[in-house]
Design a protein around this ligand. Sequence first.
Ligand SMILES: O=C(O)COP(=O)(O)O
Length: 224
Amino acid sequence: MEGCRVNIVFDLDGTLIDSAPDLQTAVNLMLEGEGKPPLDLPTITSFIGNGLPKLVERSLDARGISQSRYPQLCDTVRDFYSAAPADLTRPYPGVTEALRALKAAGHRLGVCTNKPEEPALLVLHLLGLGGFFDVVVGGDTLERKKPDPEPLEHVFAALGDGARLYVGDSEVDAETARRTGVRFALFTEGYRKQPVAALPHDWRFAEFDALPGIVAALSQTAPA
Ligand SMILES: O=C(O)COP(=O)(O)O
C-alpha cells in the first residue's frame, strides 16, 4: 500500500445511512398507541444523535407525555424499530462504493454509533454493509456513549496500528473526535443542526466519492 494504513471509523445515522424515516415510523407508532399525534421528519431528525433513549425522551417531551412512562415507551420504540430498521433506510449515495475502495486500498474500517448495538448490526446487515467493518460499537455496548471518548477510543484500539480518522455528520461526532484527539472528516449532508463552520473538522465532504481522496491524503502525511 502507498502511504500508511488508516483506521477509519464511521458514525452511522446521518453519515453512512439516512435512517430518520424508520426511526420516525417507530416513534410515531408509539405515539399512536398513546393517542398522540405523529411527529414530522425534521423534528425527529433534530432529536437524533444522542442515542435511542434520548430520541424517545425528546419525543415524549414534544408530545407532553409524562417521563414516568419513559422506560416502558423506550422499550416500545426499540421493539418497533428493531422489527423494521431498514424498510425506508438507505445508505447515502456512493457509500458502498467508497467503503469498497477503502477496503481495497488496505485500510481498516469500524463503526462507532450511539444507536444501540443490536439494531445497528441488523441495519448494517440488511443494507449489505456489515461485511466492511471489523468492529462495531453501539450506544449500549460500553458504559459511556459519544461524545464521551470511550467508545471511539475502544474502536480504534480494536482496529490496531494505523493513522486515525473519524467520519461523522453531527455536533456530537465533532465533539467526540475532539475529545478523542483524532482527525475528523465531516459529512455535510447528514443531521447536523448548526452551520458547517460551527463544527470543528479537518476535512469536509458532501459526496462520498471524495472520501477515498481524503484518506489517501491522510495516509501520505501521517506517520506510519
Ligand atoms: O442513535 C442516535 O441517536 C444516533 O446514532 P449515530 O451516533 O449513529 O448518529
